[in-house]
Write a protein that binds this ligand. Structure first.
Ligand code: G4P
Ligand code: NA
Ligand code: NA
Length: 194
């Protein structure tokens, strides 16, 4: 996605070989024009999939998630993160470990918002090790619903998440894929030349 690539190049800050800071358009200040395009692009890529719900995780997944849900005209659900939880009957719970933050969260979705028969598109801002995406997929499967695919705004293709998700049979659509963050510079993966 050209507009997104330009944003990454012009505004992304390479914090280390592992981390790209994008707080001017995605993680703190958000660019609504860009998010609108993101929603359109995911909708185009998943056309014909008869999606009934978009699922993301708070907080940075909500902007791309809501714009995609708006375009698809279906509800957006954002999973909530909690440190730990007393189990309750009316919620779906999965554990998600973050290598980046070295902490584990429980993510939850109310059962009433996801049912067998739902066709769910998972959206997130970043894909690194894939822990969040796998956790969201397990939530969908717990509900007896189906994961149609996983839409990612920025995939760090040098980390294993994308490969692992595809190996498990999930369709992953990333709007940009980063091959490396080296010497303060962003390199895009080969297939992202458009
Ligand atoms: P994973 O789900 O793919 O395994 O990723 P990981 O646990 O490492 O990600 C932890 C948090 O860090 C996530 O945000 C994720 O979006 C974010 N993240 C991972 N890599 C990068 C990066 O290179 N740049 C930026 N800006 N963020 C990255 P979160 O904790 O869920 O926070 P929130 O922003 O959604 O509230
Ligand atoms: Na996120
Ligand atoms: Na984030």
């Amino acid at each position: 996605m050209k507009l997104l690539k330009e944003k990454v190049l012009n505004e992304g800050i390479v914090l280390s070989d592992q981390v790209l800071k994008v707080d001017s358009f995605l993680n703190h200040q958000m660019d609504p024009i860009l998010m609108k395009e993101v929603g359109r692009e995911f909708t185009r890529r998943f056309e014909g999939e008869e999606i009934t719900r978009v699922l993301t995780i708070e907080s940075s997944g909500i902007a791309p998630g809501i714009m995609t849900a708006l375009e698809l005209e279906v509800p957006l659900i954002f999973a909530r993160k909690q440190k730990s939880l007393t189990l309750r009957e009316d919620i779906l719970v999965e554990k998600v470990y973050s290598f980046t933050k070295q902490e584990s969260n429980e993510i939850t979705v109310a059962k009433k918002f996801m049912k067998p028969g739902d066709r769910v598109l998972i959206i997130d801002d970043f894909l690194a090790n894939g822990e969040a995406a796998f956790g969201l997929a397990r939530i969908v499967e717990q509900a007896g619903a189906e994961v149609v695919g996983i839409g990612i705004v920025i995939e760090k293709a040098f980390q294993p998440g994308g490969k692992l998700l595809k190996e498990k049979g999930y369709r992953v659509e990333s709007l940009v894929r980063l091959a490396a963050l080296k010497d303060g510079k962003v390199t895009f993966a080969e297939e992202e030349v458009n």
